[in-house]
Every structure is written in C-alpha cells, then in structure tokens.
Ligand binder design. Structure first.
Ligand SMILES: NC(=O)c1ccc[n+]([C@@H]2O[C@H](COP(=O)([O-])OP(=O)(O)OC[C@H]3O[C@@H](n4cnc5c(N)ncnc54)[C@H](O)[C@@H]3O)[C@@H](O)[C@H]2O)c1
Ligand SMILES: [Zn+2]
Length: 381
C-alpha cells in the first residue's frame, strides 16, 4: 500500500446474519494486499483461489492480484470471461463453474472477482451456487462497481427473458477497492459511475450530495477514498435496513429509492437496444426527468433540479437524445410495469437528500410527456 494514511474501512453489519458481516477496504494500492486480506477472511484450510476477470482488466491488474495471492501461499487459477454485458449469462455461469470444478476448487476455498459489475455479478453468482456456496471476495475496478454493485450482496446473470432475472443474495467475505484502478477506466465509464454517485447523494443526504459534487468540481476538500467510503456506507445503510427489498415498503429509506432516475433510464436503454447509453448515462437523463416530473407535481423544488443538472454536467457529457420520442419512452415505461406486477413506482426528490416514492397512478401522463419533451429535447444540456 502506497499511502497508509488514507485507507478507509467501511464495516458492513448485516442485522440478520452477523457471520456474514464484512469490511470494505478502500485506498490507493490496496490491490497489493489482496493475498493478506484473503488469508484474514478465508477458511484456515483454504489453499486455492479462483480469480475471475476478463482479458482487459486482467491485462491491467491480473499480475498484481496473482502476485499478492501467491505471496500469501495460495494456488491461483484464473478464469477469464468474455468482455461485456452479454457474457453475464447462463452459459458463462456454467463455464465458470465447470472451471471451478476442473481446477478442484473446494468448499473452503474462495473466488475473487476482479473487474466491473459484470464480472462481479457473474463471479458472485457462480460462488453462490458452486458447492452450494463458497467464499467470495470482490475487487471492483469500475467506479460503478466500487460505489454500487459491490455493496448489497446481489449477484445475477441475464437471461433471454430479462436482465438480472436469475441470481442470488451472496455477501462477499471482503471487498477491496483500489482507487488507482480508476486511472485506466474509459471516460464514459467514469461519467456513468459519477451519475450513480450523484443519484446516491441526491437520495441519501445533502451532505453526501455536496461531498460528491465537491469532489467533481475542482475544489477537492477530501480524497477519492473517503468519498467512495461515504458512498459505500450510504448504499450499505439502505441495504441493511431492507436487505431483501421488501416490495411493500414505500418509505424514504426503502431499497426502492435506489431506483431514482431508473424508471426513465430503463426505457431509454430499451429504446436504444442497450447500444447508445452506458447504464449510468441513461440514469443521468432519468434523474433529470424525475426532477422535472417531480417539479410538475409540486414535489421537487426547482433548485433541486438545478443542483442535479449542475452535478450531471460535472460528471461528463451524455449521449444525445433528441431523436427519442417521448410517447415511445412512455410506452416502454408502461410496458416495463407489466413485467413487474402492474405498478410503476416513481422515485422523486422532496429535496436534495430526501426521496419520495409515488404510485404511478398518481402521476398524470401529460406531466410525464411534457417533462420528457424538455429533458430529451435537451433544453438543459
Ligand atoms: N449487483 C448489484 O447490486 C448491481 C448494481 C448495479 C449494477 N449491477 C450490474 O453491473 C453491471 C455493470 O457494471 P459496470 O458498469 O462496472 O460495467 P462493466 O463491468 O461492463 O465494466 C465496464 C467496462 O470497463 C472495463 N473495465 C473494468 N475495469 C476497468 C479498469 N479499471 N480500467 C479499464 N477498463 C476497465 C470492463 O472490461 C468493461 O469494458 C451490469 O451488469 C449491472 O446489472 C449490479
Ligand atoms: Zn443503476
């Protein structure tokens, strides 16, 4: 570790299962401590680690990870999955598990996921089901994975009938976040991650929002590690209070608030066949749309919209949306609701730091239509 002064640790306590509590370690160069960390959290008899990654991430960080694991006396076998969302599939899952079996990964051994959310979700699910569950260490290397997908214990694969529809809750034994890995992350991936960070700030607290925007504007008063730690702590607090996403909950601390900006984002992704937007970029538009609709309903104060807009501009440029018809996006939102049991729940902002969940039947479609016209027409951006 390069700089001992700035290692942040977030302790995740799971109320229902103390044995599943774990720590997130965040800092520059912490990847070098992977082996030590694995020794601390894994079974005394564990000999082998299966590292799951993809070629791109492995070329950048694989040798550091393997060296650290070998120094801690692990035998390491590496499985490289294909690059991209389409490899988060049953087929890859089967291949990964077959590899675990062929390399004789045993019950007391562990899986390490080195990569973004795609690798983390797939490797986590494989670890959840192989031998009915082996230990799993997350080493997220995208901003999105570091602040969002590596916290909460959700793992999944995509299916022909929908994204993330098959998976398991499987908590990691440890999460190691090396902020240096973000140096190689493509700009659009960073923008997408920052949009999710803005989202978490917007629904979490004014303090987290200001911290995030403060880091993005050049007057940085704190380190990236402490910001990521604050983001993880927020996500963890929501998850701990609503571990398995109780669908009846409508309060401002239910897991559902994490969907702020996502109703419209999913429709935008579908409308463009998942080709135009990185998910977080679509969330950027989705948050603007939710603020605009919320403003139309007198829920969201105009200055909250202004703050979100300013933050998104700091996150980076978003792909254009002028060719997307509001009516088509509304049709897709309506369609999406059918697949999840007939009810859309919108997440709006009452103010920065406070979300409110509103039933779709209380949101007139003319307000949605007008708001989408403004946001997709890019009158703001
Ligand atoms: N489990 C959860 O709670 C949860 C939450 C949110 C999202 N997700 C899932 O996360 C996935 C998206 O994750 P993502 O945004 O990290 O995308 P990703 O995993 O596809 O990574 C984005 C790209 O960056 C590359 N990459 C990763 N780290 C890099 C690095 N340090 N330097 C250079 N390139 C790097 C990857 O190879 C890939 O090309 C989706 O499948 C989504 O469903 C899961
Ligand atoms: Zn998201």
């Amino acid at each position: 570790v390069k700089n001992n002064k700035d290692i942040q640790i977030v302790r995740i306590k799971l109320p229902r299962s103390k044995s599943e509590s774990y720590e997130i370690t965040i800092g520059q160069g912490v990847l070098n401590t992977l082996g030590q960390r694995a020794r601390q959290v894994s079974h005394a008899q564990s000999r082998r680690i299966c590292l799951v990654s993809n070629q791109k991430v492995f070329d950048l960080y694989g040798s550091i990870a393997i060296q650290s694991l070998r120094e801690a006396s692990y035998e390491v076998s590496t499985f490289l999955m294909g690059e991209g969302e389409r490899f988060k599939s049953f087929r890859t899952l089967e291949r990964t598990i077959q590899f675990f079996s062929e390399t004789k990964l045993e019950r007391n051994d562990a899986v390490v996921a080195l990569g973004g959310g795609v690798v983390g979700d797939l490797a986590g699910f494989a670890a959840a089901v192989y031998l009915r569950g082996v230990a799993f260490i997350q080493v997220p290397t995208t901003l999105l994975a570091q602040i969002d997908s590596s916290v909460g214990g959700k793992t999944a694969v995509n299916t022909g009938f929908g994204k993330n529809l098959v998976g398991a809750f499987h908590q990691p034994s440890a999460v190691l976040i090396d902020t240096d890995t973000l140096d190689t992350l493509p700009r659009r991936e960073l923008t997408a991650g920052w949009c999710e960070a803005i989202k978490q700030g917007a629904i979490g607290s004014k303090k987290l929002f200001d911290q995030t925007v403060g880091y993005l504007s050049s007057n940085k008063t704190e380190s990236l590690s402490s910001l990521i730690a604050a983001q993880c702590a927020f996500k963890a607090s929501i998850v701990a209070g609503d571990e398995r996403e109780d669908i009846r909950r409508m309060d401002s601390r239910s897991r559902r608030i994490l969907n702020f900006g996502h109703t419209v984002a999913h429709a935008l992704e579908t409308a463009t066949n998942y080709k135009r937007f990185r998910h977080g970029e679509a969330v950027g538009y989705g948050m603007l749309a939710a603020c605009e609709i919320g403003k139309g309903l007198d829920i969201t104060p105009p200055d909250a919209l202004d703050s979100i807009l300013a933050a998104i501009k700091l996150a980076g440029r978003l792909p254009q949306t002028r060719d997307l018809a509001p009516t088509e996006i509304i049709r897709l939102i309506e369609h999406d609701k059918k697949s999840v049991g007939g009810k859309i729940k919108w997440v709006f902002l009452e103010k920065l730091g406070k979300a409110r969940i509103v039933d779709g039947s209380d949101v007139p479609s003319n307000i949605v239509q007008n708001s989408l016209r403004i946001v997709l027409g890019q009158y703001y951006l």
